[in-house]
Each structure stands twice: as C-alpha cells, then as structure tokens.
Ligand binder design. Structure first.
Ligand SMILES: [Cu+2]
Length: 66
C-alpha cells in the first residue's frame, strides 16, 4: 500500500468530507480528510490506482488539489 497526503482547497464542512472521502473510496482507496489542515490522507494500491485518478476524482467533486 502507498500512502500520500494531498492538499485540497475548498473543503469546509462535513458534506465536503463525505464527498471527497466517498469519491476516493469509490476508486478502491482509503481516504481520510483532515478539515483543519485542508488535506486528505490516501492509502491505495499503486498497481491498481494511479495518483492522477485520485486527484481527478477529488476535482470532479468540485475541489482543487494543490
Ligand atoms: Cu462542505
């Protein structure tokens, strides 16, 4: 498993947390949002999912990965 932390702008409440975590989990990765830090910790299998796909899933929800 690979662990990365992405900086994500625009997350402000529980709805945002659910949107982001849900979108990443749909790809088969684990996600944990830290609202105060504006970041998402993602754990995933690099042989199955690419970082770009994870970033796209978050951006598709309307947030910016910086
Ligand atoms: Cu929100």
């Amino acid at each position: 498993m690979t662990n990365i932390t992405l900086k994500v702008e625009g997350m402000s409440c529980g709805h945002c947390v659910n949107s982001v975590e849900g979108a990443v989990r749909k790809l088969g990765a684990n996600a944990k949002v830290d609202l105060a830090a504006g970041s998402v910790a993602v754990e995933f299998d690099e042989s199955k999912i690419g970082v770009e796909a994870i970033k796209e899933a978050i951006e598709d929800q309307g947030y910016d990965v910086v």
